[in-house]
Design a protein around this ligand. Sequence first.
Ligand code: SF4
Length: 319
Amino acid sequence: MPTSTAVPAITPRRLGLLRARLLDWYEAHQQPFPWRDARDPYAAMVAAVAAQQTQMPRVLEIYERWMAAYPTLEALARADRADVLRTWGRAGYPRRAVYLQQAAQRCLDQHEGRMPRDLDALLALPGVGPFTAAIVRCFGFAEDSVAIDTNVVRLVGRLVLGDLQPARESSPAAILDAATRLMPRGEAERWNPALMDFGAQVCAAKPRCEACPLATLCAARPRFASGEVAEPVRAQGAWAGSDREGRGRILAALRASESPLREAALLSDLDAGGAERERWERLLTALVADGLAWRARGRIGLGTAPVRAPVRARRVAED
Ligand code: SF4
């Protein structure tokens, strides 16, 4: 349960030192991710959505493949859903690909084909939460938006609130308040990635306090130095036999086939012993509800059902 709800005062001197040291660190260690300098709100949205629950080297790989296939909002909005899901491939949590396409379609329908700049309009797009909206505003529009991912929660919660495991111990409101106070005005494009990268590389789950340039300014440092440890955040459940693994197996079979599969044959492949038929049925139903697959007349396919051409009215010859 969160315990830290109030943000202690940060003196102007400490604030100045924190900012200067963190930006110096970033200058020396920044990673050249293409969306950070592109000033392209669509590219920023793709990167932010790809970054959810994914390590950065993997994000870069997804981002490059995605932008090569769909370089613009319009290209993505008009793409075939099955192709979109094949482009996403095995990157995990494929609903993210559906959300990206639905967001692109919304931009075409409601925002004249452009990403909105307004925070509420961004938050109304499918799959866009506070982190993605902040990244779009920061890298896409150079707005002073505060982007908070798991690395930033950990770093800010330790640095300012003195919590060792902020994901569990700090309230989200206190993290947002502290992160907002830390941000230097007009520097969001450097400041946000500096926090994210520093949280990933230095103030990691197991913090490297002895090599940390912020150590003398950090509220959690004395606690770590006295031997306290950050209790691990709850680990993910086992992959084998999980619903995520099952969904992944179904989608892999659908991606691998050029044409829709017979549902009965697919179920037999997935459930050779026939003991888990109900579970596989449930997973298929959920994939259809999520816009990842369609089923009709005993067949199941990737993406959304193909649109059937209308039957042409027979022309009556009048000779
Ligand atoms: S001193 Fe340790 S806990 Fe504090 S910011 Fe640096 S790495 Fe994180």
